[in-house]
Design a protein around this ligand. Structure first.
Ligand code: ADP
Ligand code: MG
Ligand code: ZN
Length: 509
């Protein structure tokens, strides 16, 4: 079998079954059980620690209410059930990044269960069931390094120890590598809309693990699964699962029995490698955490959290297509971030005022995803690198789009004005007025240009007189050029015809 058609041939015989586990770092000011500040990326190692997150004997945990609310908000956003009461469990194991020798987590009573996430794929919309979302504490971070002289050491940074972490686990509903990537992308969007996590994969704020197995098409029982870790981007999620599907199929075809394993993804070599065999599930000796009381989630609290939820990307996408007549593609781009969606909606709302020229939603969408997005992207890493912080407000952009649609300014001049406005902080429409970038439609101004063009092109005028009507087109072109594209083509044409007519009249007199 040629490697090129390997995957297609494999998929005719085997059905991939994939379940996804995501760990997301929550966006809280302090850690999960102590008052230590959440570790920023740039903090020096071991500067945010205390007896609680260092696991010193006798230190007692105090629950971070914000972290709990963020998991509940996520649960409500994915349509999950939040139990009336939940509790904390100890997951016991020994590892250098776990100073207490146990992790406080949730076992059989997660904060949220039985939700789902719906997202777009190249094959249409898909829904994946989410089994649970629970709250746990993060471990410390191990740094493996070489000292000068070559001695290898492992260092521990406890700044991450005790950071709040949400784990979100799907049912084995995902059926392809692309679906897995799309699920993870949509989940990232939801977490960011909710403001519960920055969810940057490259920074480890969102860690995706995929459980992958194959079964012969048309059969029910699940095959032996492999858990794949260490994927640091959406692209590597898709590549790693694609690789794993082909690897497992080749093994099954060769009559091998697959082993339940944890494998790592090597992005450079483009393959997965064995990290450990996982024949028996580890025994963590879970038991209820004695240092924390069970937590009641009363209805009023849930209602308050529900009332604070923003409209989610999927709902906005559907609304833009249904109510605003946008394409699914545009709707996807506009809802990629909450600030872009809110900027767009504010611009559409600003454009609806009566009395002024109105811009269509499509025109505003084009400005938001086109020229403004280009300027914002070019400013990445600076204060203007976010659409809601450029100094150009939604109403400013709506006014510009309306002026273009009304023919008051050419598209080229409008883009120029937007770029200047982006630099200077002026309103784009003011830039057009102040710098004379608007259409030249005023009678005197147009006549002045036309006089000059007619005087400079006697040959074309003679052609016209000789009956070559198309010579007018040439003269219009010259006049438009003379205005730098700002002339109103209709007004210019009318002025040229009038001018030639006047000359004729004079000649006949
Ligand atoms: P663990 O506790 O070892 O992580 P779970 O039973 O909680 O295992 O499942 C973890 C993830 O693996 C879930 O997303 C689940 O849907 C998925 N999963 C379970 N069995 C399979 C399988 N045979 N093939 C693919 N995914 C699976
Ligand atoms: Mg697992
Ligand atoms: Zn601490």
């Amino acid at each position: 079998m040629a490697p090129a058609d390997g995957l297609a041939a494999v998929l005719e015989r085997y059905e991939p079954v994939i379940g996804i586990e995501v760990h997301a770092q929550l966006r809280t000011a302090s850690k999960m059980f102590c008052a230590c500040a959440s570790a920023g990326d740039d903090a020096a190692p071991n500067t945010r620690t205390c007896p609680v997150c260092l696991g010193l004997p006798g230190a007692l945990p105090v629950l971070n209410r914000r972290a709990v609310e963020q998991v509940i908000a996520t649960g409500l956003a994915i349509g999950a059930t939040v139990p009336p009461a939940t509790r904390w469990d100890r997951k016991n194991y020994v590892y250098p990044d776990l100073p207490k020798g146990y992790q406080i987590s949730q076992y059989d009573l997660p904060l949220a269960s039985n939700g789902s996430l719906t997202f777009d794929t190249s094959a249409g919309e898909r829904t994946v069931r989410i089994r649970r979302a629970h709250l746990e504490e993060d471990t410390a971070r191990l740094v493996h390094a070489s000292l000068p002289g070559g001695r290898r050491v492992s260092l521990v940074d406890f700044d991450r120890s005790g950071m709040p972490l949400m784990e979100i686990v799907t049912e084995p509903d995902v059926r392809s590598a692309e679906e897995a990537r799309r699920y993870a992308e949509e989940l990232q969007r939801v977490l960011r809309y909710l403001g519960v996590s920055d969810a940057e994969m490259e920074r480890g704020q969102m860690r995706v693990e995929a459980n992958v197995s194959l079964r012969p098409r048309g059969t029910e029982p699940l095959g032996t699964r492999v858990e794949v870790k260490n994927m640091n981007s959406f692209r590597s999620v898709e590549r790693a699962i694609g690789f794993e599907i082909e690897r497992q199929a080749a093994a099954l075809d060769a009559g091998e029995t697959l082993r339940q394993q944890t494998r790592g993804w090597d992005d450079t070599r483009g393959l997965t490698y064995v990290m450990r065999d996982k024949e028996d599930s580890e025994d963590y000796r879970y038991f209820p955490e004695p240092d924390l009381p069970p937590l009641r989630t009363d209805a009023a609290w849930l209602d308050a959290i529900r009332a604070g939820l923003p409209e989610l990307p999927a709902s906005r996408r559907a609304r833009y297509v249904r109510d605003l007549g946008l394409s699914a593609y545009d709707a996807g781009v506009l809802t990629a971030t909450r600030e872009t969606a809110e900027f767009f909606e504010a611009a559409v709302a600003a454009s609806a005022g009566d009395g002024r020229p109105r811009a269509s939603a499509k025109a505003i969408a084009n400005w938001v995803t086109g020229e403004l997005a280009r300027l914002v992207n070019a400013a990445t890493g600076t204060p203007k690198g976010r659409i809601d912080r450029t100094g150009i407000g939604p109403a400013d952009l709506a006014a510009l789009a309306a002026l273009v649609e009304a023919g008051g300014v050419s598209g080229t001049s409008a883009k120029e004005a937007l770029a200047i406005a982006f630099e200077t902080g002026e309103a784009p429409v003011s830039v057009i007025e102040a710098r004379g970038l608007g259409r030249i439609a005023d009678g005197d101004a147009v006549r002045a240009v036309v006089d000059a063009v007619v005087a400079a092109n006697p040959a074309a005028v003679a052609d016209y007189r000789a009956g070559k009507a198309q010579a007018v087109g040439f003269l219009v072109g010259q006049a438009m050029k003379a205005t730098g594209g700002r002339g109103d083509a209709g007004a210019v044409r009318a002025a040229i015809l009038a001018r030639l007519g006047a000359t004729d009249t004079e000649g006949a007199a």
